[in-house]
Design a protein around this ligand. Structure first.
Ligand SMILES: [Ca+2]
Length: 473
């Protein structure tokens, strides 16, 4: 670890020198640089937020982002799975451009991780003088060279991969370069992440900052403290735990927004909320209604997500924006808000959304959006979508999403020319993709599913035992 630590000191020194060189010109503009807060849920279904129409689980704080800013009704992520979706978000580039097409699968050791030649969101904002922190689930590589502290973040507090909510292998970069198991029984990831985020914002309130907060909620295993479970006496089983987890995440979002308000930063902070992929309804109950498909499919239920953005005093409040946008757009939007120009060879696939949202630019940010996830793929062009997805045996199907958001009626027979046009667009886009750097092992999916189910059974038994033993916690 010593070598990594030494390297980090060197990198910090170089970055500090570069920033000092820029400071004479940039200092005057610093006060105008808004903070960026990126709240990223995990496996949260399209239909589970109050602002999406859910009346079963109150989410007043997440809803407030939509109410104080913009709600995107056609907001997408770049992949229906955790790690590739993060790779797109963190780089502003389709992850298939650089081979980050799958989760780690069979990749071991140094093979798996966001390719080092890619610059991250944090790299770019750090160079612009921002304080940077990642708090939550990383899932872009475990090996030292792939960890957040080497990818532009001053500080990391969270887990390197998927995690239980209790007793996680936590990495707190204030204490160590390596993760260690949390022994404290009362530690719950979502609450702990909220506490660290509040602390970190308070420490950095006088300088521009970038807070990236990738929650492990609502990913399995389903686990929640009694105080949140007690909010849902009318619910049972997995649904009750799911609701409690979401309520905890909403409280955490409320803590972050409240800290911005308390410090008078609300009008100087761009806040974005979205999730990394759609709900895996079968395993966690996370619903995507009325969308069809789930996590791990290129149907709308896998890739179209709740997506909100607020920047009080700069973006209109309560705006509903219907043109298709994608997680790739968040980085260019944040850079534009910060007055930072990406370098000429950045090859970002995203678009700065600000002029579309404040009304200064007409039209749509993207003519087409594309997905490639192994054998599954999709293209959206205007209201049309051509998709080949696993549950439909990879048969290309054509849908008009303006009339059929549930992808119920395949129009490829009626409109073969449209299907061909979209396939041509996808083929052109795909020419600039590369082969996946690692691939899932055959049979791994079934094994994972079995492990997950076993874990859920064990967790339910533990929860039941805990609830019986600790009344009135
Ligand atoms: Ca996920």
């Amino acid at each position: 670890m010593l070598r990594v630590a030494t390297l980090r000191v060197l990198v910090s020194l170089i970055a500090a020198a570069a920033m000092a060189a820029e400071a004479s010109t940039a200092f005057a503009a610093d006060s105008a640089k808004p903070n960026i807060v990126l709240l990223f849920a995990d496996d949260l279904g399209w239909g589970e937020i109050g602002a999406q129409g859910n009346e079963e689980i109150p989410t007043p704080h997440i809803d407030s982002i939509a109410a104080s800013g913009v709600k995107f009704t056609a907001g997408y992520v770049t992949c229906p799975l955790c790690s590739p979706s993060r790779a797109g978000l963190m780089t502003g580039r389709y992850q298939t451009r650089f081979g980050h097409e799958f989760n780690e699968g069979g990749a071991r050791g140094a093979t798996f991780g966001l390719p080092l030649e890619e610059k991250t969101f944090a790299d770019r904002l750090k160079t612009a003088g921002y304080a940077t922190a990642a708090i939550g689930k990383w899932h872009l590589g475990r090996e030292p060279q792939f960890r957040p502290m080497e990818r532009g973040f001053d500080e990391f507090y969270g887990t390197l991969a998927n995690t239980p909510f209790y007793h996680p292998q936590l990495l707190d970069s204030r204490k160590s370069d390596d993760p260690a198991r949390v022994e404290d029984d009362s530690f719950y990831t979502t609450d702990a992440y909220a506490a660290r985020a509040v602390e970190w914002i308070n420490e950095h309130k006088s300088e521009p900052f970038f807070l990236y907060m990738p929650f492990n909620a609502q990913h399995a295993p389903l686990q929640a403290p009694k105080k949140y479970l007690d909010r849902f006496p009318q619910l049972e089983g997995n649904r009750k735990i799911f609701a409690a987890m979401l309520s905890a995440m909403d409280d955490a979002v409320g803590d972050v927004l409240g800290t911005l308000d308390k410090n008078g930063l609300a009008e100087n902070t761009l806040v974005v909320f979205l999730t990394d992929n759609g709900g895996p309804t079968g395993s966690t109950t996370s619903k995507n209604d009325p969308l069809r498909g789930t996590k791990a499919t290129t149907l709308e239920g896998g890739i179209r997500v709740p997506f909100y953005m607020q920047w009080k005093g700069h973006l209109p409040a309560g705006k509903v924006y219907d043109q298709p946008v994608i997680s790739l757009d968040i980085l260019p939007t944040a850079l534009a808000a910060a007055g930072v120009e990406a370098d000429a060879d950045a090859k970002l696939d995203g678009v700065n959304l600000l002029p579309y949202l404040d009304g200064s630019k007409e039209g749509q940010p993207h003519e087409s959006l594309f997905w490639r996830f192994g054998e599954q793929w999709a293209v959206r062009h205007g209201d049309w979508k051509l998709v080949a997805s696993r549950p439909d045996k990879l048969k290309p199907m054509l849908f008009n999403l303006a009339e059929d958001i549930s992808e119920a009626k395949d129009l490829s027979g009626e409109h073969p020319d449209k299907a061909e046009e979209l396939k041509r667009l996808w083929d052109e886009w795909n020419e600039n993709n590369v082969e996946a750097k690692w691939k899932p092992e055959p049979g791994q999916r079934n094994r994972r599913q079995r492990n997950r189910q076993r874990g859920q059974r064990r967790e339910r038994a533990r929860q039941a035992q805990e609830a019986a033993q600790t009344p009135g916690q």
